[in-house]
Design a binder for this molecule. Structure first.
Ligand code: HGY
Ligand code: MN
Ligand code: MN
Length: 418
């Protein structure tokens, strides 16, 4: 069969996505497969089984990234396709998993058609991309790309008090391969958009040429625990009220900085968290994002000044700790234009866009030419059980990934060979 008429086996991809989505399924819908949890282990085991069945050489690195490698005719730099399979709490079926399983589907098509690529291929599943249990997020790709030191990573304490390295040993994924040893010539990540743009504009493919900058903060508000009934207002040092004011302020920061500035308080914990005790302490998180470094810096400054104002007005103290800082990236223009051309050659309309969500590609861009392919998310919803992409969209994205691989791995003539 001429390579131009190759297409993925959509029913197989959809079945594998459905199978993986059953691991960590919550009773009320949604998935909870936090990094290095028992559910993550089960999903990893399933992925490794599929990789083995597809004839891939499985390698696991010191931080728990999983790679399935397929030899090429040469030992040129491999083409790497991947994403992540860990999830947030109440996740949808496709965030991360789609990119990993579509890459595996590409391998199956090559196998079934007896195609040996010029470049080797590596399918990657990066560890702890979401960062819900262990901050920072994109931990596996950060270590892989040299942005985070392996010993620091292994000693990270999770929100549940567990230690990253200890949990990695417990689930049996503390690999021996030095992180970063497979040096890709190009990295392409297929992902659901997780935003409203493609769905709203009815465009099947997004060619992603950049990702926003992200900073994550842990804010500790300390006041004074006291009796809910006997303590007059003027005597209160209410950490709960002060925290509520800060949550309001973070929304005002996004509006004040404007543009594509985003700010979110996703986690908040009251201490002692008792109905009749004025909270003495509150720990909350702030997630700031902006496609421009100046905008992100302005938002961070406003977070600081807002905290100082609330300290004064509410007689509390506020400590702010940086949990993660990932700069905005622009992807490789040759890879971007190749993806556009490939989508066009398949007769699938595309548009360029940047990503408001963080991705492993954001780190891989530090070490090799990188870009991403998006498909529409219905209603732009993600990080929710309502996340949905149609079988047609999932198939389109898989076919663009398949033909991108054929070009980048030297099987067919295309724009760029790596
Ligand atoms: O937070 C993010 O943007 C990604 O889903 N990890
Ligand atoms: Mn993701
Ligand atoms: Mn996500």
């Amino acid at each position: 069969m001429p390579t131009s008429s190759l297409r993925i086996n959509a029913p197989r991809l959809l079945a594998n996505l459905e199978c993986l989505s059953r691991i960590g399924k919550l009773p009320d819908g949604g998935i909870c497969r936090l990094a290095l949890s028992d559910e993550d282990k089960l999903a990893r085991d399933q992925l490794v089984t599929w990789m083995d069945e597809s004839g891939l050489d499985i390698r696991i690195d010191q931080v728990g990234n999983i790679f399935g490698v397929r030899a090429g005719l040469s030992n040129l730099s491999p083409v790497m396709l991947g994403s992540h399979i860990d999830s947030v709490i109440g996740a949808g079926d496709f965030d991360g998993c789609y990119g990993v399983l579509a890459a595996l589907e590409v391998i199956n098509i090559l196998n079934e058609n007896g195609i040996v690529t010029k470049n080797p291929i590596a399918v990657a599943s990066f560890s702890n991309e979401e960062g819900v249990r262990y901050q920072p997020g994109m931990l596996g790709s950060s270590v892989y790309s040299g942005a985070l030191d392996i010993s620091n990573a292994l000693n990270i304490v999770g929100v549940d008090g567990s230690i990253y390295g200890g949990e990695l040993e417990r689930i049996g994924y503390a690999g021996k391969m030095r992180s970063g040893d497979i040096r890709p010539g190009v990295y392409v990540e297929l992902h659901v958009e997780q935003g409203p743009l493609l769905d709203r504009e009815r465009i099947p493919i997004g060619v992603v040429d950049g990702v926003v900058g992200i900073s994550w903060w842990e804010v500790t508000v300390s006041g004074g625990a006291n009796h809910a009934g006997t303590t007059p207002v003027e005597m209160r040092r209410d950490a709960g009220l002060a925290a509520a004011k800060l949550v309001q302020k973070t929304r005002e920061i996004a509006l004040k900085v404007g543009g594509d500035q985003r700010s979110t308080c996703g986690m908040i914990r009251f201490f002692p968290n008792a109905i009749n005790v004025i909270p003495g302490k509150v720990i909350l998180t702030v997630d700031l994002r902006n496609s421009g470094e100046a905008g992100l810096a302005a938002a961070e400054d406003l977070l600081l000044t807002s905290s100082r104002e609330i300290e004064a007005s509410d007689d509390v103290s506020i400590a702010i700790k940086l949990l993660e800082k990932v700069p905005a990236v622009k992807f490789d223009k040759d890879v971007v234009s190749s993806l556009e051309k490939i989508s066009g050659a398949l007769g699938i309309r595309s548009r360029r866009m940047i990503s408001g969500a963080g991705h492993d590609a954001q780190l891989m861009a530090r070490i090799c030419p990188t870009a991403m392919i998006f498909i529409p998310s219905k209603g732009g919803v993600s990080h929710s059980p309502e996340e949905f992409s149609s079988p047609e969209a999932l198939t389109d994205g898989g076919n663009v990934l398949l033909h991108s691989l054929l070009v980048f791995a030297g099987v067919v003539d295309g724009d760029q060979r790596f």
